[in-house]
Design a protein around this ligand. Sequence first.
Ligand code: HEM
Length: 481
Amino acid sequence: MSTVTSFIVNWTQLIKASKPDRLAIILLSLIAAHYIALYLRQKARRYAPGPTPWPIIGNYIPTEKSWLFFHDVCKTYGPIVRLSLAGSEMLILDELEDIEELCARIIHYSFSFANAQRLVLLPYRPLLKKQQAAAFQVLNARAVDGYEGIQERSSIKLTTDILKQPTKAYISIKWYTAETLQTLVYAKRFSEDGNDLRTLLHILKTFAQDMHPTRHLVDVYPILDKLPDALAPWRGEAKEKHENEFTFYSRLLREKNGLDETSMAYQNTAGSILWALVAMLNYPETMKKAQAEIDHVLGRDSNMPPSFRHFQDLPYCTAFVKEVLRWSPVAPISAPHQSLQDDVYKGYFIPAGTTVIPNIWAIHHNEKRYPDPFKFKPERYMPKNGEKLTTESLNEGHCGFGFGRRVCPGQYLASKSVWMGVVSLLWGFDILPPTGASGKPVLPDPSAVRSGLTAEPGTFDVVMKPRRIIDVDALTQAWAN
Ligand code: HEM
């Protein structure tokens, strides 16, 4: 006798023996029937393979470097893995073909915690479509060409800031990316005392942490979102954060446009430039090659950093930036997508509401796609003979900007900001490691990252040594104009 049949027989006998109240019997029978149907349906369906979840809790998923954990489970179970987090379904994707196919279908994100009208958190409904349309209108590759002047001016300020405060490269880079966007979006520069930037960095740090799918219990157990306010303290926290951000943004701007919720953008762009420094420190030969190219094109005695009109002539620098975006993607697991309806893919059943996690880091470290993937090697992106370079090519050959209909709308602006920042630093400075107590250089660990959904390098020290005579006054004048 099967388990199910014996359960039904026992249940019927129990009812007969105890003669309980009829309503209770009907109710209990209905519940039992529901669970039996669920059990049979689950048995009939084929789910993707994955580790056995613990009862109630589900699978263990670390909040730190989760991309490494996801890649490891895929090495054991295959490129499509099912995990369960307290009854919620998760699907981990490790290969590009599956990600491209599924992300073309799955276009919805879901977060209960911080759902505060940010574009990145909006479900795929009319409001999102409206915001996306506005973002694409001002951020498409052609429109972005119009912002080159702002990016060039900001990079001049980056150079002078580092000259004036060589030990504060980290904050100067943050300032560079934040101010570029701020000027663009709000037509306003940050306050010189640094308070605006500090507030923004705090907002972004907590946002990157809140975005992680397992950071808040309510995202693990969405049912908790039904609790009244008194029993749901996270709601007050999310509201307070949203209000603080709103006050901050409102103070900065008179007029908002479709770009008002692009906060992660600053963080990611600065993160990529910081990764470029980590690469320069660990692979100094690549830095020297890029600097030689710049000197060859601009001349050793040039007194202005490169601009976009040098782009065509700096293929190694472009390959360098692309390799940074591949080697250390700042958004290693993109943003979690959620399926809106039941689906079947490669024979696996994917229930509606499944959180789909595309592992960008895993694709970028796939040996078949990128031989010797852990090595920083700009050569892999050198254009073939006669291939014409456009700034759009910065975004080709890797998937650091995501997939499908929710691909990063800021990708053209972002990659050009990273390029501009990196070539300015290469032009102006030798980027060197500090010397430790033992007299040996102290190199940053490329596997150290700050926590959150995004991956900025861990704290590291760097010596920014000017490599030419730079006329700060002339540069300051150029920036002010
Ligand atoms: C190096 C810098 C950047 C990187 C690596 C990056 C990467 C990403 C990634 C991986 C996603 C998720 C895509 C997906 O779900 O498949 C995303 C979404 C997004 N990015 Fe970026 N981004 C960067 C800079 C920017 C900039 C400068 C802007 C705006 C000016 C921007 C605006 C957005 C927005 C609004 C979304 C949400 C799109 C949507 O949900 O439909 N990003 N970004």
